[in-house]
Design a protein around this ligand. Structure first.
Ligand code: GDP
Ligand code: MN
Length: 379
């Protein structure tokens, strides 16, 4: 789960990272009031969960409340990479002498929390990685010892920070590390970390991505979720306890088990189709979950057919079959459905499916081919 910049900054500030905190606004008038309240020059920043807001016109400087209102009017409602801006952050503006990049990531290849740092900040790190990889320092930390003093010094040295700012830099890096650990993050980055004209070190932008699997330990962070930025179908799925990711194809998939769901999607592609989603209803799924899954899948108007692939272990095939038939009867929109059920009680499932006129398949290849054909015929 990604946190908005102003939320990420709240967390970093709690850990002592120096930054200029501001106020959020959802209307130009609120932005004007915030600017008047802060006094002096301010920066107005779109709060959306994508990078490159600056380039997209989502970051503007304003030297008066009038200008702040005008800037907010231009930014609120702006479409940035598919997301409409609803909220802006109004913060005191800084005079920048130099921009640095500083981040911590959970790096799966080094199997360690890793410091990423570069003296070429301000631009997206992925861009620097392509154009000038030598300008990036990547330093894996010991999983048990954590961040050590000599590592802090080394990063400050590689960045070429002025000597009198090394102590402040230690505060920034230690704070970033503490925030990362305490919030169970996958990523915590400050880009840019700046040295100002008057020689201060400040985090001007912040981004924290939390580990979804650890969110249950952080109800306070979970509450920071921005529903405005999530697919409504993905929100509904989370509430129903279903793993779901929306995709762009025409064949809806309902599968039990994540690995089986991936295989199902692969075979849909192999048969010449495009999956409309990843969906895992989980083990032992009963009718209520099947109903919820149908609704979520059919909410997508691109879906022209549904492929249901169930492997019965704990899950009993006849129960799923009955669940499918009953859930289907309650649907407002219907599309061809291809069902493959194997494993526990699959024989008992057959007559139930046949009676309901569902297309059945023996093998997964066969099921994928039938679903692709049905979607083509329906399109
Ligand atoms: P991003 O483009 O989404 O990463 O948004 P940032 O918050 O990083 O802002 C983009 C750029 O705007 C920064 O790299 C800075 O160059 C500039 N910027 C942001 N805040 C300020 C500020 O307070 N003063 C000045 N002069 N520039 C700023
Ligand atoms: Mn940035």
């Amino acid at each position: 789960m990604k946190l908005q910049e102003y939320r990420s900054k709240e967390i970093l500030a709690r850990h002592g990272v120096p930054l200029l905190s501001g106020q959020t606004a959802t209307t130009p008038e609120e932005a004007r009031a915030a600017a008047a309240d802060l006094g002096g020059a301010v920066v107005i920043k779109a709060q959306v969960l994508v990078g490159g807001r600056g380039k997209a016109g989502g970051v503007k400087l304003a030297s008066s409340p009038d200008e702040a209102e005008q800037a907010a009017r231009e930014i609120i409602g702006l479409d940035i990479k598919g997301t409409t801006v609803k909220t802006v952050l109004v913060a005191p503006a800084a005079d920048i002498a130099h921009e640095y990049y500083l981040g911590l990531i959970l790096d799966r290849s080094s199997k360690a929390i890793t410091i990423i740092a570069s003296a070429e900040g301000g631009v997206e790190i992925e861009e620097t990685a392509k154009t000038n990889p030598d300008a990036i320092l990547s330093l894996p930390l010991h999983p048990l010892i954590g961040l050590q003093e000599h590592e802090v010094r080394r990063v400050a040295f590689v960045l070429g920070l002025p000597a009198d700012l090394r102590k402040d830099f230690a505060t920034v890096l230690r704070g970033l590390y503490a925030a990362f650990i305490e919030s169970d993050a996958d990523l915590a980055e400050v880009n840019p970390l700046v040295v100002t004209d008057d020689g201060r070190l400040l985090a001007l932008d912040a981004k924290i991505v939390l580990d979804d699997s650890a969110l249950s330990r952080h109800p306070d962070l979970e509450a920071m979720r921005d529903l405005n930025e999530e697919e409504p179908s993905e929100i509904a799925a989370r509430e129903a306890g279903i793993s779901f990711i929306k995709l762009d194809g025409s064949i809806g998939c309902m599968v039990n088990g994540a690995g089986l769901a991936m295989t199902t999607m692969d075979l849909v592609k192999l048969a010449g189709g495009e999956p409309a989603n990843f969906l895992d209803i989980g083990g032992g799924a009963k009718q209520d979950k099947v109903t919820a899954a149908f609704k979520i899948i059919l909410d997508d108007p691109n879906v022209k057919a549904i492929l249901i692939n169930i492997f019965g272990g704990i899950t009993r095939g006849d129960e799923v079959a009955r669940g499918i038939v009953e859930a289907r009867a309650a649907l407002t929109r219907d599309v061809p459905m291809v069902v493959r059920i194997v494993g526990t009680n699959s024989e008992e499932a057959k007559p139930i499916l046949a009676e309901a006129n569902l297309i059945t398949a023996e093998s997964l290849d066969d099921a994928a081919a039938k679903a692709v054909a049905a979607a083509g015929a329906a399109a």
